[in-house]
Design a binder for this molecule. Structure first.
Ligand SMILES: NC(=O)c1ccc[n+]([C@@H]2O[C@H](COP(=O)([O-])OP(=O)(O)OC[C@H]3O[C@@H](n4cnc5c(N)ncnc54)[C@H](O)[C@@H]3O)[C@@H](O)[C@H]2O)c1
Length: 322
């Protein structure tokens, strides 16, 4: 039996999911929705499905077993709630929302109705991350150093550089590193953050988010850390270093390197993590078993909370508890 899929949002990341889903045997595209009709039409031409410009109409009319929500952060305006009401499992791209309270309310409804959900924290699906988690579980960790260095996406055009639309780099993109820190090391209990700006503002029209941020983190398990992020770099550099006694684990992109007692071993991932992420969601929907999903909606709320509390700290100049 094939799993019928609908898409809300047919932009960049939606296309990346569609091309992976098309590789899976048991998937059928039943509906494509975008407020820009041409984008939904283009997706439907390539993969099939009825075209919509209104997600409520799509969820009312189209037959579907699951929905992919791939809209920008500012555009979460009831898509998840309608899926929950209709009992439709959903995959949603990060960041899941710009408002913590709204995300918490959605999570409550997801739990109450037992809806299968998955969130696009794609880095969790690298096989080397499994190895990192196994190794770290046996180490006495003391310090954590994360970084997310990148450039403003879409060459500074569009919504990424606008606070009201994207939320800023720490919530929009560096959320991947926040999430990786949580996945590897457990929950954060307090943050204290600073930001710097003024450079990108002179280059990109309407840019009003931080150029750079640095966040101190206290983890529940006792260790301390820092996450430094910037949108001034030209390229992509995302890593997490974890330090213990005579031990250093470095996660970077698709690899991990472990150094201990003068020995250094690097593991490179052999999987396409987005294909694995999509495969897991489809399997969960088909078998009504969410155990293969590595990030569900309620868990992703905790990642969102870290970034939002860090922004609160930047505004108030004080440490903020989670
Ligand atoms: N997991 C990842 O690695 C990854 C990578 C890139 C983007 N993303 C995330 O995916 C989300 C979308 O990013 P993108 O790069 O695809 O953006 P995009 O601007 O390329 O596409 C978004 C699409 O959503 C459509 N849209 C907006 N509001 C809508 C609505 N109410 N109903 C239907 N369609 C609507 C837009 O018209 C556009 O076509 C963002 O949250 C981004 O952070 C995740």
């Amino acid at each position: 039996m094939s799993v019928k899929i609908g898409f809300i949002g047919c932009g960049g990341i939606a296309g990346a999911h569609m091309s992976r889903l098309a590789k899976l045997e048991d998937v059928e595209f039943s509906a494509m929705c975008d407020i820009e009709r041409g984008r939904a039409e283009k997706a439907a031409e390539s993969y099939g499905g009825k075209v919509y410009t209104d997600f409520k109409k799509m969820l009312n009319e189209a037959e579907m077993d699951a929905c992919f929500i791939c809209v920008p952060p500012f555009a979460h305006k009831g898509q998840e709630e309608v899926c929950i009401k209709k009992g439709v499992p959903f995959f949603v791209e990060k960041p899941i929302h710009l408002k913590l309270k709204s995300a918490q309310e959605i999570a409550k409804k997801v739990r109450a109705k037992g809806i299968i959900t998955s969130v696009g924290y794609v880095l969790r699906y690298f096989d080397v991350v499994d190895t990192a988690r196994e190794v770290l579980a046996k180490e006495q960790i003391s310090a954590v150093l994360g970084r997310y260095f990148g450039e403003v996406p879409h060459a500074g055009k569009g919504w990424y550089g606008k606070k009201a639309l994207s939320g800023g780099q720490l919530i929009e993109q560096a959320t991947h590193t926040v999430d990786m820190m949580r996945y590897l090391l457990g929950e954060v209990k307090e943050v204290f953050a600073y930001s710097a700006g003024g450079i990108n503002k002179k280059i990109y029209k309407g840019y009003d988010v931080e150029d750079t941020s640095t966040t101190l983190l206290k983890f529940k398990r006792g260790y301390i850390g820092n996450l430094t992020c910037t949108w001034l770099w030209s390229g992509w550099n995302n890593s997490v270093d974890v330090v213990g006694k005579g031990f250093l684990l470095n996660y970077a992109g698709n690899s991990i390197t472990i150094q201990r007692s003068g020995k250094k071993v690097t593991y490179i991932s052999s999987v396409d993590p987005m294909l694995e992420e999509d495969r897991a969601f489809i399997k969960a929907v088909a078998q009504k078993d969410k155990s293969v999903i590595r990030s569900d909606y309620p868990d992703a709320v905790k990642t969102l909370a870290v970034s939002l509390k860090a922004y609160e700290s930047m505004r108030t100049g004080k440490p903020v508890k989670l």
